[in-house]
Design a protein around this ligand. Structure first.
Ligand code: C5P
Length: 237
């Protein structure tokens, strides 16, 4: 079976501080088989030129900067991200409906329109952390509430943990659901605690899997990618 996929489910997290290290990893990866996520660390260190270099190498890039600001500033930031040519961009749902709607409007006016998703509740937050910031709801209740708001605000989907996939998929069948916290059975847990395997996450409704160390920390990243692809094929995806 060919490994070339029109819509690869795997998004490799480039969690590096320097372009040089990131490029070493990228040189081993194939844009037909995975997408790449650039987050705050690498973007702050290396800037938009680095993202443009990835796009020139035919990679689709998820720019994971989680914008959260007043509507005008967030909308402008989304517009600049779209103009960079990224495949996906995100904002914080807790920035509110006006902020998300402004981001939607801004992207709709761009020539190139990335997928626009919202972060619900950071998985690093527990119920006690939510109480401290004045939210009297369980993380699952808050995720569900923010996913509803994201849908009403015109987002294409949300970032959520594997644990929340089933509930969000049920309430929003067409959502693009992006899921970190993925660990194949054969990989180290690292600092991830509540995890699912790639196949489990797809079965529970994930659209795209953000995977870092199981691939980037492997001796042979393409072999690790291939093992995950094999697992996904077993689910029919
Ligand atoms: O190496 P690992 O597979 O744990 O990397 C997961 C990626 O997803 C990292 O870039 C991490 O910052 C990100 N992420 C996460 N949990 C969240 C949100 C993002 O692990 N809740």
């Amino acid at each position: 079976m060919s490994n070339i996929q029109s819509d690869p489910k795997i998004v490799v997290a480039l969690d590096y501080a320097k372009a040089k290290e990131a490029h070493k990893m990228v040189a081993q990866l194939d844009p037909a088989r995975c997408r790449l996520k650039v987050g705050k660390e690498l973007f702050t260190a290396e800037g938009p030129q680095f993202v443009e270099a990835l796009i020139r190498r035919d990679f689709e890039v998820f720019l994971d900067l989680k914008f959260h600001d007043i509507p005008n500033t967030t909308a402008k930031a989304c517009q600049v991200a779209a103009d960079l040519g990224v495949w996906m961009v995100n904002v914080h749902a807790s920035g509110g409906q006006k902020m998300m709607a402004s981001a939607r409007e801004a992207i709709d006016q761009c020539g190139h329109q990335p997928i626009l998703i919202a972060v619900t509740v950071l998985t690093s937050l527990q119920q006690s952390d939510l109480v401290q910031v004045g939210i009297n709801a369980t993380p699952a209740e808050q995720v569900s509430r923010l996913a509803t708001l994201a849908e009403q605000s015109g987002m294409d989907g949300v970032v959520c943990s594997p644990q929340e996939l089933a509930i969000v998929r049920q309430q929003w069948p067409e959502a693009c659901l992006v899921t970190p916290g993925i660990r194949p059975k054969w990989s180290q847990m690292g600092d991830q605690v509540r995890v699912m395997t790639p196949a489990e996450a797809i079965i529970h409704g994930s659209s795209y899997l953000v995977i870092g160390r199981p691939i980037t920390g492997a001796k042979e990243p393409m072999v690790a990618l291939e093992r995950i692809e094999q697992e996904l094929r077993s689910t029919g995806s």
